[in-house]
Design a protein around this ligand. Structure first.
Ligand code: KG4
Length: 337
């Protein structure tokens, strides 16, 4: 089965052809990051216009790279939420038009379902996909959530952030430090040579029995420190970043361990943009070795937004008989049911 995935929920215009729900035949990602960096964050209207200008070229490129003609596709999957309404509409409406033109099914895919599915895509670094059920920690710019994943289309929510998402905390702290947007990757790079024990930042909800997260207190602690002591000098930046990153990573690892214990499961998937963070990957690998659970993290290019993950999640939905109706539309706050 050949499925075209289209992803336009935020600031990446992406298209991908995936064969048989596993093999990536093409994976084209056009990032708008430089356009939004000027504003220090994503501007929804600017994002919509960029998607409009780019999406057809990106889809054409994905078909060319896969060496597939549109009418050879078996279906189209496009992200229908959660995300920014204008950007979502651009991708979904193109997907619907193409599906109508070639007479094949269209399905709307929940972006979060895509992140959870990314680890099942074939990649030399992901040789064996995780069995069901497993626990998944989804950490991105908009989400920090723990799920029990029962099957390809069935998840149970275990815990979520009560305020900022982990990626949002990385981006806001990077902004406070004058490191530009998006800051997660810059903090990751600087932290690599810093001392994570240099500054004791707070760990939110450490003793609580629930599986929720909170990162706003940590962000405030960083802001307070900067307003009293000023921004760290260049030489002190690695220690500052390593200490902040350790505070985020500690809580993520602690809650993921708790979720595995509570659910009695031994397989952990970590996905979403922040799963690309080297400090988090390292800390989880250590926890996996200590506790004896198996860890599955997609390769970094499949952690951040891409359309291959939308194509595989769409393949599963089509295989289960799902078909989008002509009035299929987007939902910016679409929950994962
Ligand atoms: O999954 P993603 O591409 O988009 C959403 O669906 O939100 O995640 C983007 C987020 C941003 O907040 C970005 O700063 C963060 O992931 N991110 C990282 C790293 N790479 C991306 N955060 C920490 N370390 C990284 N290496």
């Amino acid at each position: 089965m050949l499925i075209l995935g289209i992803e336009t929920s935020c600031d990446e215009t992406a298209a991908s052809v995936v064969a048989d729900g596993r093999v990536i035949r093409s994976n084209v990602i056009s990032s708008q990051v430089l356009v939004h960096a000027e504003f220090g964050g994503v501007v929804p209207e600017v994002a919509s216009r960029q998607h409009l200008a780019t999406v057809v070229k990106v889809v054409r490129q994905a078909l060319r790279d896969a060496n597939v003609k549109a009418n050879a596709l078996d279906g189209i999957a496009a992200t229908c939420g959660p995300g920014l309404v204008g950007p979502l509409l651009v991708g979904l409406e193109l997907g619907k038009s193409m599906a109508y033109a070639i007479g094949k099914p269209i399905v709307g895919v929940n972006h979060l379902r895509g992140h959870l599915a990314a680890v099942y895509l074939e990649h030399p670094k992901n040789p064996s996909p995780p069995p069901f059920p497993h626990v998944a920690l989804l950490v991105s710019g908009g989400n920090t959530t723990l799920f029990r994943v029962e099957g390809p289309t069935k998840t149970v929510l275990l815990g979520s952030t009560r305020d900022d998402a982990a990626g949002e905390a990385f981006d806001k702290v990077a902004k406070l430090l004058g490191l530009g947007y998006p800051g997660g990757i810059v903090i990751d790079q600087l932290a690599a040579t810093g001392d994570p024990k240099a500054i004791q930042f707070p760990r939110a909800l450490p003793g609580r029995e629930d599986l929720d997260f909170s990162f706003s207190g940590l962000k405030t602690a960083v802001a307070t420190r900067i307003s009293t002591a000023g921004r760290p000098q260049e030489s002190a930046m690695p220690d500052f970043c390593a200490s902040f990153q350790a505070a985020v990573v500690d809580v993520l690892v602690r809650k993921a361990r708790r979720a595995l214990g509570r659910e009695g499961l031994h397989h952990l998937v970590v996905c979403g943009g922040v799963a690309a963070n080297r400090g988090l990957r390292q800390a989880l690998a250590t926890a996996a070795a200590e506790d004896g659970f198996s860890l599955y993290v997609p390769t970094p290019i499949l952690c951040t937004d891409n359309a291959a993950m939308i194509a595989i999640a769409g393949t599963w939905a089509i295989e289960e008989g799902e078909r989008g109706r002509p009035d299929l539309s987007v939902d910016p706050g679409l929950p994962l049911s």
